[in-house]
Write a protein that binds this ligand. Structure first.
Ligand code: LMR
Length: 396
């Protein structure tokens, strides 16, 4: 049967992990897949997670099924973290959150739900967007359309082009927005730009869909949800797919959530039932372990404080590396070519290299990044920063 299928190339992002592992170059540098790394180049288990794990193991008494909505404490805490407990959408009981297997699971469940409600609905995504958005949303049956976003010449936002494109979108279409730390370009909307997008969503009647995979890694926990909260206050309907992979370091445990704001409590209830039914038909119910830890951390003041401190350390380290990179490049090149790096947020930035240059960095220097020249800034450290910057300057 499967002889009809063709061999595929490795995934453009995940494939880099295997290629890096097999590279024997002792100076190799991994700036590929988006995982946080500390100064030693290690992706650690957070101390707050280890502490929550100890409590969890000591107190968990059963491994029986939880159900398609997942861990109730996790859902409550994530909802409060994203929207803030006093948000009018929450106090009006118009938000329903279900746990999902990672942010990817949340994106896919949402896409299946949208396709049930409006088969083949148009989903507008930024140019560029995370490569996996296209299969996650498109394979559910949605039609992927593109709005302008990144200005490669200025390494910033094509704000006018973006806003005028959004001003043409028709009611019933959906617009995918990166809540913070845009993947892959690192260019985020400022508050005024979020306000403008929210006003357009209200005016045009399109449904915003926010992917919030990097909450807390941009400017801070509160600042990073400005856009989500603004949208939730401006439009009757909003979809949010969130992830705990990066901000809790729980990548392989697959911890995510889907939150949907509905116009009325009655509609929220219908949506909640439909979401559970979609989940049941794909994976039945999400894994519990990672979500149980997140629920415990967010629900316990001491653990939460520790987690917040660790997250702040991660964010500060990334932002400091951004500044260091710009300084090193400027000293080496004698120009401001890479001065944009500290203006961007989260793990990623484009270096603005072509495929051939990216390939040379890989084969000649053992430096791995996505073909688009997206780097994971967190992969830089004191030991490799000079080697990396010098290599980039050498191939320019
Ligand atoms: C990335 O963009 O590198 C991460 O989100 C990991 C992934 O699954 O692609």
């Amino acid at each position: 049967m499967f002889e009809t299928l063709k061999a595929l190339n490795p995934d453009p992002i995940l494939g880099l992990m295997a290629a890096y592992r097999h590279d024997g170059n002792p100076r190799k540098v991994d700036l590929g897949v988006g995982v946080y790394k500390d100064e030693a180049g290690h992706t650690p288990i957070m101390a707050s997670v280890l502490r929550a794990d100890a409590v969890h193991r000591a107190t968990e008494t059963s491994k029986t099924y939880v159900g398609p909505t997942g861990d109730a404490e996790f859902n409550r805490e994530i909802q409060a973290l994203i929207f803030g407990i006093a948000h009018p959408a929450l106090t009006a009981d118009r938000v329903r959150t279900v746990q999902a297997p990672g942010g990817c699971g949340a994106l896919r469940v949402a896409a299946e739900l949208i396709n049930r409600a409006r088969p083949g609905a148009a989903m507008w995504v930024s140019d560029p967007t995370w490569a996996n958005h296209v299969p996650l949303l498109g394979d559910a049956g949605l039609e992927i359309k593109i709005y302008p976003y990144y200005d490669a010449a200025r390494q910033g936002l094509k704000v006018d082009a973006m806003l005028s494109a959004l001003d043409q979108i028709k009611a019933g279409d959906l617009v995918l927005l990166h809540g913070c730390c845009h993947n892959p370009c690192g260019v985020d909307l400022n508050e005024a730009q979020w306000d403008a997008v929210a006003a357009l969503a209200a005016k045009r009647g399109f449904t915003p869909f926010v992917d919030l995979a990097y909450l807390g890694l941009g400017l801070g926990l509160e600042q990073d949800v400005y856009g989500v909260r603004k949208l939730a206050a401006s439009v009757p309907e909003l979809i949010v797919a969130s992830s705990c992979s990066k901000n809790f370091g729980l990548y392989r445990e697959r911890v995510g959530a889907l939150s949907i704001v509905s116009p009325t409590v009655a509609e929220a209830e219908v949506v909640h039932g439909q979401v559970q039914n979609v989940a049941r038909g794909i994976y039945s119910m999400p894994p519990n372990y990672g979500a149980a830890l997140v629920g415990r951390i967010l629900g316990d003041p001491a653990l939460r404080q520790e987690w917040d401190r660790e997250l702040t350390e991660m964010r500060d380290r990334i932002n400091a590396l951004r500044a260091d990179l710009a300084k090193k490049f400027s000293a080496l090149l004698g120009n401001s070519r890479f001065d944009f790096i500290p203006q961007q947020r989260g793990m990623f930035s484009f270096l603005g290299l072509n495929k051939n240059q990216v390939q040379r960095l890989k084969t000649e220097y053992g430096i791995y990044m996505v073909d688009s020249s997206r780097i994971n800034v967190a992969g830089i450290n004191k030991k490799n920063i000079d080697y990396f910057c010098e290599a980039v300057c050498a191939i320019l």
